[in-house]
Design a protein around this ligand. Sequence first.
Ligand code: CMC
Length: 435
Amino acid sequence: MNVNSTVTNQVASLEVDGKKIHLPIIEGTEKERAMDISELRKETGVITLDSGFVNTGSCQSAITFIDGEKGILRYRGYNIEELAEKSTFVEVSYLLIYGKLPNKKELEAFSTGLTRHSLLHEDLSHFFAGFPSKAHPMAILSAMTTCLSTFYPESIESNCDDQVNLDIIRILSKLRTIAAFSYKKSIGQPLIYPENSLSYCANFLNMMFAVPSEPYEIDPEIVKIVNQLLILHADHEQNCSTSTVRTVQSSGASVYAAISAGIAALWGPLHGGANQAVLEMLEEIHQSGRGYKQFLEDVKNKKEGIRLMGFGHRVYKNFDPRAQILKKSCETVLSKLGVSDPLLDIAKGLEEEALKDTYFVDRKLYPNVDFYSGIIYKALGIPVDMFTVMFSLGRVPGWLAHWKEQRDSGVKKIFRPRQVYTGPNELQYQSIESR
Ligand code: CMC
């Protein structure tokens, strides 16, 4: 149990079949309260049913705080607005994983580690040749993360802290190389190897966009924007992919297996895949000529189940602070790069209309982090099917932080929810002739 939560002297009372039980109420450091139901089934024979885990806390965590009503997001106590403005992705990664802002020496050691471990084993680089050219880069990223573990069997056998720290560095550094290589593979260009003189984000841009035949200039302002994008995606407490990472960790599988599963979970269009879906939606509205107002009508009528992608959030019911930062950055990037994108006008129109429409207002649906990120990625020259890969690169430190927090807690409790069975009662097996 996390030392910072308090067992209050309040209890919730519950009566099942005439038996009354008292459930302790625990309180977190931001006064969030939870009923501890760990004895519920033992005491009453019933379980809770909570589809989509809307009311279920799966763990106690000291990493990220979100107040969805007030639009607050903090990593280890620091407001996202301040981190996005003043910090770097490498520093934020350290903060999330190790729980405090690094001093100069710590940051230098961490950065050097990331630089030194950026190369892939040459045998692993050959794997890229085996993927079809149309392979989705998220499939490549997830598969290659599992493949990484085959080169580091010691990480599966050893569980010592030094090994864990090395695995963390390797994953953070090499996923960036894998992401860039998967892009180069998809466009048939030669792989560009990491360049040790560059910072984390500049190195990524270089691997993505440099070619051996001509020099590539890295714009420091673009590097700053990439840092900001990755920081904004770096953690979001118990979302679908992070919960997946924790679930896999709970079985004792390796950190590579856990991160690979997290990438797979992030891929879906209701989660990280939404940034790709937003851009596809904007392009569809643009090309079909149906106009954003008609599109919103179709969404409200739930025509073919379409949703306004990049809108709505399970936790944010007022505004998503990440979307607010990105909206501003989007304008800055487009004007700096001199890009005039009709998709941005459609996005603004959709946002403006939706925010005054009772369908969206009543359901508390606001733009989320994915609404504007795709337009920025597009302006930076990142192809649409790489958008969710960008989200993954940002989310890796968050996944690692949760993996480590759970490992370090020493609690060995496999995640194993129960169910309410709704299938047939006992049947007699029939031979195939009589069916
Ligand atoms: N467009 C239209 N209607 C929506 C939308 C939307 N984007 N989101 C929710 N609704 C409606 C939904 O149809 C339902 O209406 P009704 O009450 O009439 O049945 C109501 O709002 C509640 O929706 P829900 O699906 O029960 O809400 P949820 O909290 O389970 O889902 C969500 C959250 C993010 C999956 C959902 O809002 C959604 O599908 N959004 C679009 C996809 C998206 O942008 N995802 C990125 C999330 S942020 C990044 C991340 O965490 O990965």
